[in-house]
Design a binder for this molecule. Structure first.
Ligand code: FAD
Ligand code: FMN
Length: 687
């Protein structure tokens, strides 16, 4: 497949880009003191080598009220030399480089700003930080504008090719634009004209600072996705004003951080916000970039082909695979390691002010340490098990120069990726299995499927090294009472080996139990195709369709002795839990299963408090005692999701007879994909 449009050059004012691929700003938490450093440089230099035309760094702070910890800074001239060396390195590697100048306004946490209260257009409690900002004075606005302009000038001196002003995601400029957060009564609030005054003054000051030849980009929300705030209509109006104000490029993203609409996870389909970009693109004549979940070359090319945008932003996709552009250009898109939209390695880290990494790319953020490695002596290695651990090891060891053979018991590679990808918002996880299939072919890794070798065969096959990566075994538990209700494991259900009935009780409410509930609810709901049919044929009233979309035929309950919803990475569970609530999945935390009957599961559980009750308690400070209930849950299918144990039998049986043997992934210790990937990389470089 050729992606010709993706590799056409384009001009942004006087800046020539070699292709249409840009990396948008992603604040990486690599710059704790704001200065450029080896980790930051090497991360981006690697992405420049991968072929992206323009890479935006940042958000970059320029004001003590402005930001989050760990972001780059251009607050003073001291920062210029370090970033000069950085931009030189980017240019040497063939990429243009920009910096996003960022002011969080009410979204700044006081803890990140030495305890200072945030500054905002109006003193309205921030739904993001849960803190009350202070209304900015006119003088404070003037100072921020002048600092914005001074930082743009510094960016120019540091060798950046373009500056970007952030007017999206709910940060300061978005707050000025929105009637929800801007309730000023002076000429900066009220009418649309007044609400756009501060943003346009920022643009004018930055233009004045950088001069006429230097390109300016603005990142805008395509729709704030916050009730009562701006929509795509205002985004288009704002884009027109930006064009008139001399802005050279507009990058359209999704909504605000406080929005309850998922914008980064797999709920959002590939290219799911390009409809927002199209409206902007149709209204202006300057280049427009589309953003969010454009993680494969076909979606990118199609976006350009349909005239929805002129440029494509690849944020996490370039974290996952810096060589995405080169591979797409060279006809090797099947070996792109796709972003799976999990946020577990990147966004989740930022909640703890930890450096950004990537679930599927163990090198991301470690480029400064993990250099190319070639083994001194190539070895013949046999890998047993082709899940993530076995496959990643095979790829990495081959790249280090070893000869690797993989024996897999089942008829496919990927192992538990098929279970992880079962939940409707996690289908992207399967792209990792496709990547390994293609990478094996490309690297000439010998793979034998349906190979369940015995000990003798393994020991006598003539390999120097054996690596076991045989995964885990779901835990089974004995439930009290006598019943003929069928009991399945999460694996039976998610792999499609068993079909659940209508009344399902899931025992275990950690991440896997919750995902199993989502899978079962979704399976019994209207399919996207059915809904599209009904809507496009107008065969039902819209209100009725809205009711139907939230209904599932299954009656699902999750029961756990502990709290339901644990085991997720920080900040990643809410879209799934929102789905469970939408589908009416009942959740009983701290519950005890008393007995199984022929048609029910009898439990003792704490009565879940309603949202209203919880709000009332928070307001009054009086917490009502929890009520213990005896409940009879209708049930025709039980699913056990009570964890798993390492499947290390093979390793234990072999270890005393094999000179060099290693055990990795879940068969070593039940963990995550990132554990499997990092153990595989570490081992490959050690042999
Ligand atoms: C529902 C679900 C959701 C998940 N979601 C996430 C998530 O969001 N993020 C995350 O990081 N992790 C997630 N995980 C965990 C993650 O999938 C695993 O940690 C990871 O896939 C483990 O990889 P592995 O290669 O060690 O094991 P596996 O994927 O289990 O692979 C083991 C392979 O070995 C093969 N095998 C077994 N015995 C033999 C033998 N004797 N000879 C040859 N082959 C053999 C098996 O057939 C299998 O292919 C999830 C898991 C589940 C079940
Ligand atoms: C860890 C992380 C940090 C981010 N920081 C910024 C930022 O500082 N400024 C910004 O405009 N967008 C930021 N974003 C949003 C990305 O630029 C991008 O819009 C988003 O990841 C969706 O695009 P993608 O699907 O291509 O990754 C961030 C995203 C992530 C995951």
């Amino acid at each position: 497949m050729h992606y010709d449009r993706l590799f056409l050059p384009i001009k942004i004012r006087n800046l020539e880009l070699k292709n249409r691929i840009i990396m948008p700003a992603i604040h990486l938490m690599y710059n704790m003191d704001g200065y450029a450093n080896a980790r930051f440089n090497e991360f981006y230099w690697r992405r420049a080598e991968g072929g992206a035309g323009l890479i935006f760094t940042g958000g970059c702070r320029f004001d003590e009220y402005g930001g989050s910890p760990g972001v780059m800074s251009l607050e003073t001239d001291d920062f210029i030399p370090g970033y000069r060396e950085f931009t030189d390195g980017m240019h040497k590697r063939g990429a243009k480089v920009g910096v996003q100048l960022y002011h969080a306004g009410a979204y700044a946490h006081s803890i990140a700003n030495d305890g200072r209260e945030a500054l905002a257009p109006s003193a309205i409690l921030s739904k993001f930080t849960k803190e009350m900002p202070r209304e900015m004075t006119r003088e404070e606005m003037r100072v921020i504008i002048s600092k914005w302009a001074a930082a743009a000038k510094r960016a120019q001196s540091a060798g950046f090719d373009i500056v970007e002003i952030i007017a999206s995601a709910g940060y300061l400029i978005s707050q000025f634009l929105s009637p929800k957060t801007n309730q000023r009564t002076d000429e900066y609030g009220g009418s649309w004209e007044n609400r756009t005054r501060f943003p346009l003054e920022v643009i004018a000051a930055v233009r004045e600072a950088v001069g006429d030849d230097f390109p300016i980009s603005v990142r805008i929300a395509g729709n704030d996705l916050v009730p009562g705030s701006n929509t795509n209509t205002e985004a288009v109006m704002f884009a027109k004003l930006l064009e008139k104000a001399g802005v050279d490029m507009i990058n359209v993203t999704g909504g605000w951080h406080e929005s309850v609409v998922p914008q980064l996870t797999g709920e959002l389909p590939r290219g799911g916000f390009t409809y927002l970009t199209s409206a902007v693109k149709d209204a202006v004549n300057i280049p427009v970039a589309a953003s969010n979940r454009i993680n494969d070359p076909l979606t990118a090319e199609m976006t350009l082909a349909l005239g929805k945008s002129d440029l494509i932003s690849l944020g996490r996709p370039l974290i996952a695979d810096p060589d995405w552009p080169k591979k797409a250009q060279n006809g090797e898109s099947e070996i792109i390691r796709h972003c799976v939209a999990c946020n577990q390695g990147c966004l989740a880290k930022t909640f703890f002010a930890e450096p950004v990494e990537c679930l599927v790319n163990g090198f991301a953020g470690h480029e400064y340490m993990l250099k190319m490695y070639r083994a001194k002596e190539p070895k013949a290695i046999l890998v047993l098990g082709a899940g993530v651990a076995g496959c990643e090891f095979a790829v990495q060891a081959t790249l280090c120069g070893h000869n690797v053979t993989v024996w897999e018991k089942s008829d496919h590679i990927g192992g538990q990726l098929y279970l992880a990808a079962a939940s409707h918002a996690k289908r992207e996880f399967l792209t990792l299995a496709s990547y390994y299939t293609s990478a094996f072919k490309k690297l000439g890794i010998e793979l034998l499927l349906n190979k369940n070798a015995g000990l003798y065969e393994i020991k006598t096959a003539g390999f120097d090294v054996i690596v076991t990566a045989t995964g885990n075994t779901p835990k089974s538990i004995t439930l009290p009472g006598k019943s003929s209700i069928p009991v399945y494991s999460y694996s039976d259900i998610l792999s499609g080996k068993a079909v659940a009935g209508r009344d399902v009780v899931i025992v275990g409410g950690a991440a896997v139990g919750c995902e199993t509930a989502d899978y079962l609810a979704y399976e019994a709901a209207m399919s996207p195709e059915e809904l599209y049919f009904i809507l496009s044929q107008r065969s039902e009233e819209p209100e009725k369709v809205l009711e139907m979309v939230d209904k599932t035929r299954r009656n699902i309950a999750i029961v756990d002795i502990a709290k339901i919803g644990t085991g997720f990475e920080q900040g990643t569970a809410w879209p799934l839990l929102k789905e469970l609530n939408r589908f009416g999945v009942k959740q009983y935390s701290y519950a005890k299963i008393l007995e199984l009957t022929e048609r029910t599961v009898e439990i003792e559980a704490v009565e879940p408090k309603t949202r209203e009750q919880k709000a009332k308690e928070r307001e009054s400070g009086i917490v009502e005692p929890e009520k213990l209930l005896h409940l009879s849950l209708p049930c025709d299918t039980i699913v056990i999701a009570a964890g798993s144990v390492p499947n290390n039998e093979l390793y234990n049986a072999l270890k005393s007879d094999i000179h060099e043997i290693y055990n990795i992934g879940d068969s070593f210790e039940v963990g995550k994909i990132s554990d499997a990937v990092s153990q595989a990389i570490e081992l490959a470089r050690k042999l």
